[in-house]
Design a protein around this ligand. Sequence first.
Ligand code: ATP
Length: 209
Amino acid sequence: MNSYQEQSIYPNLVLLLSGKRKCGKDYVSNKLAEYFKNNEKVCLKLLTISAPLKKAYAKENNLDYEQLLDSSEYKEIYRRKMIEWSDLKREVDPGYFCRLAIENLFSTLYETKETNGKFFIILVTDTRRKTDLEFFSKSFTNRVKTIRVEASESTRIARNWIYTKGVDDVRSECDLDDVKYFDFKIQNNNYSEITSGLNTLIDFIQNLI
Ligand SMILES: Nc1ncnc2c1ncn2[C@@H]1O[C@H](COP(=O)(O)OP(=O)(O)OP(=O)(O)O)[C@@H](O)[C@H]1O
């Protein structure tokens, strides 16, 4: 039994979403959250590993946390520096930001009690590294499923992706490229692909409830 299993809040399912920049990770996450919003049997919570990371970085560097969170130019300016800074933290403790994110979520849920009596799903919206996969697999064992969102380069360019050295060619963006197996692969180049991918995920969840 690991330390999370001893707690009263423990997820029934942990979905780990990954994919290249502008493949649509946030889009897929928001669609799933929307679908299960106000569902009487399911409580789905989005978990963003980069949120506590950005908060800590903003604090240390006297920056605006809210601006770092959205898709603004501000985020692009600091992305590279933030990656380098967080890599140093991870060298000491690979699960540092994952733990911070999950503990923030659990402490909120203790207060709100909104998972009580519901099928509790955590959807991690930005899994980037093998160490992230390892952290969640160790913590939540066979309740973890991995989801890879895929879109072509031309689709991603149309969504304002610009190849950036120091961002697109470093570990935070490429570490999961050589992972051979994902439980689900979702194509997101057009409406029919994404609808079919989302339906597969929703059916999978409905069958577990
Ligand atoms: N299937 C879709 N239909 C319409 N718009 C989409 C679709 N998928 C993604 N988009 C849009 O493309 C843009 C990029 O998507 P999103 O922010 O979800 O990507 P991301 O993978 O989270 O990006 P990043 O890695 O930069 O955070 C957003 O404006 C989003 O609304």
